[in-house]
Design a protein around this ligand. Structure first.
Ligand code: SF4
Length: 392
């Protein structure tokens, strides 16, 4: 995770005008109709903005603010990270979902680093946002944020993309195929949020997708649980991989709060492929409970039944077993205790203290290995066309 990167109050990298590209300028932004729909407004109905002054002053910050209602309350903050009245206020736990709907944070991302990954992607690019309007109970993003986790949008998108372009060019062509991709260096840019939802209020996702159109040795990648039809107009030209996360619908109804229903995510796959995306799936998180094997088998049967051949031919998947965290468990008990009946299973899990002192929880190694083997057997039986890129 690259969240706690910058101390509050530092000035960010110098801002350029939006679209002052080194590369050919992208075409004019396509019209977006979904972001103005009632469905989009149910997800994000921004009433207050916490913003660094530099973010408000930036072209992207001004563009975001211009789209919000005039009466939005703006609170200037010295830094986007750990705003005391937001992240440090334990009274906010009871307003967990409401804050995600009504609050936005604008900040400048100072530490622009690309990290090696090697599992889902070759590289983790500096994200264009942090936090999420959806509320998956297992989400790792709020683990170090405290008592609220609304979207923080980084407004220095030009600096972020300039960094990524330099990084891509420095790699040269990919000469050794790996499970991330046989030909292209894969850059994940949605590690700490959901780019599909960010697009409802900000063009950062569109700019990232546009940037990778002119990077023939690389591919952008992001996972999502939200179907945003506006992304279909962004013309990725095969240089962006969208990974729809799926799990048995009964689990999703309890755990994936505010996300698009799983069948809707699956049904969108062909539209995204036809619009120029590569479409993969994240089988994640796998949550163990009585009946999990039957329900995952049903989900795989559903994938096999409804996906057209052209989607199957290019699909691949990641399997990610649930990891959890003591601090998040405590927060969740304050707003969604039923989810913890599923997520918190001390008999099956073991704890490990991470480098930052947090107590992380994961399935005991023998439980995990048995379960992964069983799920891979199910995949071989039900969806033999679905290549597993990695299982973790
Ligand atoms: S969609 Fe992703 S980032 Fe958003 S709450 Fe769920 S797991 Fe977290």
């Amino acid at each position: 995770m690259d969240m706690p990167e910058e101390p509050p109050g530092r000035r960010g990298p110098e801002q350029q005008s939006l679209f002052d590209w080194e590369d050919p300028a992208p075409p004019a932004a396509p019209h977006r109709s979904f972001r103005d729909s009632p469905e989009a407004r149910r997800m994000l109905d921004v009433r207050e903005v916490y913003a660094e002054p530099a973010a408000l002053d930036s072209p992207r910050g001004r563009q975001i603010m211009a789209r919000l209602p005039d009466d939005v309350r703006v609170v200037e903050v010295p830094g986007h990270w750990r705003i005391p009245s937001l992240h440090g206020n334990d009274g906010n736990i009871g307003r967990w979902v409401r804050i995600k709907t009504e609050t936005l944070v604008l900040g400048v991302k100072h530490k622009l680093t690309t990290r090696v990954n090697g599992r889902s992607a070759d590289w983790i690019a500096p994200g264009t946002s942090n936090g999420c309007a959806m509320s998956c109970a297992y989400c790792y993003v709020p683990r170090r944020k405290g008592f609220a986790n609304p979207i923080t949008l980084f407004t220095n998108i030009e600096a972020i993309l300039a960094h990524v372009r330099r990084h891509v060019r420095a790699q040269g062509p990919k000469t050794t195929p790996n499970q991330c991709d046989p030909l292209a260096w894969v850059y994940d840019f949605g590690e700490n949020g959901d780019c599909s939802v960010d697009d409802l209020v900000c063009d950062n996702t569109a700019d990232f997708i546009a940037a990778f159109r002119s990077l023939p040795t690389a591919k952008a990648s992001f996972a999502t649980k939200f179907v945003n039809p506006d992304l279909l107009a962004l013309d990725p030209q095969g240089r962006t991989r969208v990974r729809f996360s799926v799990m048995p619908p009964d689990d999703a109804r309890l755990l994936d709060i505010r996300t698009s229903p799983v069948p809707e995510r699956i049904a969108a796959a062909a539209d995204f492929l036809d619009a120029g995306y590569e479409v993969h799936f994240n089988l994640s998180p796998v949550v163990l409970r009585p009946g999990w094997e039957r329900d995952w088998a049903d989900l795989l049967d559903h994938l096999d039944d409804v996906l057209p051949t052209r989607v199957k031919e290019q699909a691949a998947a990641e399997i990610i077993m649930l990891t959890h965290n003591q601090g998040l468990h405590d927060v969740n008990l304050g707003w969604h205790p039923r989810a913890e009946e599923l997520l918190w299973q001390p008999d099956l899990q073991e704890t490990k203290r991470s480098q930052n002192g947090a107590l992380n929880v994961r399935y005991a190694i023998d439980v995990k290995q048995r379960s992964l083997a069983r799920l891979q057997d199910l995949l071989a039986e039900r969806t033999p066309w679905l290549r597993i890129r990695y299982a973790f």
